[in-house]
Design a protein around this ligand. Structure first.
Ligand code: SF4
Ligand code: SF4
Length: 357
């Protein structure tokens, strides 16, 4: 996991080289004032491999020199971009993401040990084994990251992006949103880990049921801007997809993560700030279900342990009593409700259970 995140950091920070280089060309005079620290960083720009550039393991781009570069720009650049670059380059630094990857792997292992039901045990095992394979081998060989769609080379990786998008939506249709939100994206394990379960929100607000759709809009706008800039209808100095991806990963993510005691766990899915997660969740509606074995058991149940364990605070018993199952867009198919029901009354229905019937 850590390695996969490192590759992501490598891709994202390398894609920023383009912005740095154009700034360099546009403002040679300013750049010449930057001193020896920046010169070192610029020369390392040509060493894009972690095997040929030992400094890459610390910082693929020196955040201090990037910060300094923007201090020499316009007031807008200084105020907006300098702190952005500083935070981005730090949180995407390999040593940092390796540390985060290690922590996430440990958290999934802890959940594996505590799981009661076979489904959750198998699922956590699939995460531990599957994430490194998926993250290292599958998405990154195309040099883009589906969450932020960063680092695309038009039109080559647009094609592979679309192929991957089809694969993700198909997998989510067959197995639920968790295929993306647990198996591909590691944020879920950070947002819903053992320690932060103390901050599990007590209940959710209906406001997020509506607001989450508005978080999809910036993602779609960034993607559209990217496409029209690539076909030269408009000219943009910054890749809107990279900007969107990095802004989401390096600001919004950390904002919600550090404020977990305020916003509760799993903010990405519950508040819906992850536009791609919301998009993937639409496919929950087709095959995937968390189904009650006996609706009458839920009618008389007083504990409602399923709801207190649900990280996105879905009113499970309400859904069960009206439809017999849960398949909301926000459901991340984590199966915590299945594991926590004292009457073992819930089961996950997906493609596998469909063909077993
Ligand atoms: S699923 Fe289990 S915990 Fe939830 S309401 Fe039904 S019986 Fe109670
Ligand atoms: S309803 Fe169950 S499977 Fe869905 S998010 Fe809540 S706990 Fe996880």
């Amino acid at each position: 996991m850590g390695f996969g995140e490192t590759v992501l950091g490598f891709n994202l920070t390398n894609s920023l080289y383009g912005v740095v280089q154009s700034a360099h060309v546009m403002n040679q005079e300013t750049m010449s004032k930057m001193g020896s620290l920046s010169t070192g960083s610029m020369s390392s720009m040509h060493m894009r491999s972690p095997f040929t550039n030992p400094f890459w393991w610390l910082f693929p781009i020196n955040p201090l020199s990037m910060f300094e570069m923007y201090l020499h720009g316009s007031l807008f650049q200084t105020v907006l971009m300098a702190p952005y670059m500083l935070v981005m380059a730090t949180t995407m630094a390999p040593f940092y993401v390796i540390m985060m990857g290690g922590e996430m792997a440990y958290l999934v292992y802890e959940r594996f040990k505590r799981a009661r039901t076979a489904y959750l045990k198998n699922w956590t095992l699939a995460i531990i084994v599957g994430i490194p394979i998926f993250v290292v081998l599958i998405p990154y060989y195309t040099n883009f990251y589906v969450f932020g769609m960063s680092g695309m080379i038009f039109p080559v990786t647009l094609t592979s992006f679309i192929v991957s998008l089809i694969a993700i939506t198909l997998a989510s249709t067959l197995f639920g949103r968790g295929v993306y939100c647990n198996l591909v994206c590691m944020s879920a394990h950070m947002f819903s880990n053992t320690f932060f379960e103390q901050f599990n929100a007590k209940r959710s607000s209906h406001i997020w049921d509506y607001l989450r759709w508005s978080f999809l809009v910036p993602m779609l706008v960034a993607f559209s801007l990217y496409v029209i800039s690539q076909v030269h209808i408009v000219k943009m100095s910054i890749d809107p997809l990279n900007f969107y991806g990095m802004f989401t990963l390096n600001y919004i993510w950390w904002f919600f993560f550090f404020l977990t005691p305020v916003f509760g766990t799993y903010a990405c899915a519950r508040q819906g700030w992850c536009g791609f997660g919301t998009f993937v969740g639409i496919f929950n509606k087709l095959v995937f279900k968390v189904k009650a074995k006996h609706i009458s058991t839920c009618e008389t149940c007083e504990s409602k342990d399923c709801e207190s364990s649900c990280p996105v605070k879905i009113p499970i018993s309400q859904d069960v009593l009206t439809k017999g199952y849960v398949n909301r867009v926000s459901c991340v198919s984590c199966a915590k409700c299945v594991d926590s029901c004292p009457y073992d009354n819930l089961e996950v229905k997906n493609f596998i259970s469909l063909i077993k019937r």
